[in-house]
Design a binder for this molecule. Structure first.
Ligand SMILES: Cc1cc2nc3c(=O)[nH]c(=O)nc-3n(C[C@H](O)[C@H](O)[C@H](O)COP(=O)(O)OP(=O)(O)OC[C@H]3O[C@@H](n4cnc5c(N)ncnc54)[C@H](O)[C@@H]3O)c2cc1C
Length: 488
């Protein structure tokens, strides 16, 4: 078996993986970055609105924290959210030092967008709504130039190397072992498991299963955010996201009679449910987003994508409906990205620090990639690891990647969508796909309605569950069903 050695192995080349790689290299570590897909295969590349940071004179990290806690519906792990809000401004400064050019106003100050649930303008963006593309291009160019970072492109991680309760490296799909002192999973989210999604096809939670099979704890898998404004175009770009920032600039949501039916800038769970209710009332497949009064120059890529789909947003209403967008749950970590298995870290959307609670505040996820990426890099770069011989002799936690069928995706959409109930979730818990089963177990165990998790059979929020997170132990633990835990 061929064994390659590195100090910090990072899986994933989205915002979290690229920034963690650069940060670990700046700590002096030798880094190997493995990425299965080209740039446009990551969710980060498609991010539109931007990243949240309290950088204006009338804002503060404390205010950002208050908004994050309010959006998270009593389930936010405050210690993690505080880290995010306090360190977000530094992350923006660091990205600027790295050459990312954010949009500025006429006086050269950062131009800040407004999104749902934010009480101040605090969304830092680039190229209008091309923030993800600009970030990923710049960060990947820096990674490619950095001599301390080796990049393995087009290679997929298929298993973790672990022994004596510690992670020692990775198995690659060409049979090679990558032995490392620390492994950082930055493999992105899982919202493409649902039939209707805003995510690229690869976002199916592969990293969560890798961690689970290696014995790490997952958490909050029942908490998935549905974005209210994904385009309905069955023969075109169905699920294409229209950023919430257009509502921050005045776009309105209209029912079939052309009337507003919701506060467009309420937190996402509220807006998505209001859209769903309207559709149920009328039997329509969509409601309308009216962008006719929004300056198209602010969102050039959104306007051009809609035009390509045959919709002129300057003159016509845009048909939209909710779609699965962001998984709040993931690999459970502390505030330094450390998972429950020693030597294993998780950052970005595949991680779960608990900071988003039951409903992520818009644009906190890119910020999370940078704030926790820097922290995980510092900690991972300080780990001492095994030699190559230990790694090649260690356990092979390889499970063949499960096949995801359209039936499973449709079942998730109907039984674990914006509204769920016990009967549907019990049926889903027998699905052939292992992650779908874990999601169903978690959703069954949360016997209440909170944020993005709405149970028809438990319609009320249960205050006894405030601050509680649902942990799913590693596959070797014999207790795969979700357990409630209080996180501090
Ligand atoms: C359309 C859209 C718009 C969004 N807009 C915003 C926004 O404006 N603001 C915001 O904060 N958030 C936004 N989000 C959410 C945000 O983009 C994501 O949460 C964030 O980018 C996730 O970054 P990541 O680095 O964790 O994962 P990703 O960017 O998804 O990257 C995952 C990487 O892991 C790799 N990978 C996965 N499995 C393996 C494997 N087994 N082996 C090797 N490589 C692997 C993939 O190839 C990919 O490179 C948006 C999401 C979407 C889909």
């Amino acid at each position: 078996m061929a064994v390659r050695e590195t100090q910090v192995a990072i899986v994933g080349a989205g915002a979290a993986g690229l920034y963690t790689a650069l940060s670990a290299a700046r700590e002096g570590a030798r880094v190997t970055l493995v990425s299965a897909t080209p740039l446009a295969g990551s969710s980060s590349y498609w991010a539109q609105g931007g990243l949240a940071a309290a950088v204006s004179d009338d804002d503060s990290p404390e205010r950002h924290l208050g908004d994050t806690i309010a959006a998270g519906r009593g389930a936010v792990r405050e210690s993690a959210a505080r880290v995010l809000c306090e360190e977000a401004p530094q992350a923006v400064e660091d990205l600027q030092r790295l050459g990312v050019r954010f949009d500025a106003d006429r006086r050269g100050r950062l131009a800040l967008g407004l999104e749902g649930g934010h009480s101040r303008r605090r969304i830092v963006h680039a190229g209008g709504a091309a923030t993800g593309r600009r970030l990923i291009r710049q960060l990947s160019a820096l990674v490619a130039e950095d001599e301390r970072i080796e990049v393995l492109e087009g290679r997929r991680v298929i298993g973790m190397v672990s022994a004596e309760g510690r992670c020692h490296g990775l198995h690659l799909d060409d049979g090679e072992v990558l032995a490392s002192c620390a492994v950082v999973l930055a493999t992105g989210g899982a919202a493409a498991l649902w039939a209707r999604t805003t995510n690229p096809a690869g976002a199916v939670g592969g990293g969560l299963l890798l961690a689970h099979h290696a014995g790490a704890t997952l958490a909050d898998l029942e908490l998935v955010q549905f974005h209210p404004t994904a385009v309905v175009a069955p023969n075109g770009p169905d699920g294409f996201l229209v950023t919430e920032a257009v509502r921050g600039e005045g776009a309105r949501l209209l029912d079939a009679a052309g009337e507003r039916f919701v506060d467009e800038l309420a937190p996402r769970d509220e807006v998505a449910r209001a859209v769903q209710r309207q559709m149920a009332l009328t039997g329509a497949r969509a409601v309308h987003l009216d962008m006719r009064d929004v300056d198209p120059a602010l969102f050039p890529n959104v306007v051009s994508a809609l035009r390509q789909a045959g919709i002129d947003p300057e003159r016509e209403l845009v048909p939209i409906a909710p779609a699965a967008h962001y998984v709040m749950g993931g690999i459970a970590t502390d505030a330094h990205g450390r998972a429950s298995l020693a030597g294993l870290y998780a950052v970005g959307e595949c991680s779960c620090t608990g900071l988003h609670g039951a409903n992520r505040l818009a644009s906190n996820s890119l910020t999370e990639c940078f704030v926790f990426g820097a922290r995980a890099a510092r900690s991972a770069a300080s780990e001492a690891g095994p030699d190559a011989a230990t790694a090649s002799g260690a356990n092979r936690a390889i499970e063949p990647p499960p096949t995801l069928t359209e039936e499973s995706r449709a079942a998730l959409w109907s039984d674990a969508g914006l509204e769920r109930d016990g009967a549907g979730l019990r049926a889903l818990s027998g699905d052939p796909h292992p992650l779908v089963r874990l999601i169903a177990h978690s959703a069954l165990a949360r016997t209440e309605s909170r944020g993005a998790h709405q149970r028809r059979d438990f319609p009320e929020l249960d205050h006894a569950l405030d601050g509680m997170h649902l942990a799913v132990r590693g596959a070797n633990d014999q207790s795969p069903e979700a357990m409630l835990q209080k996180w501090v």
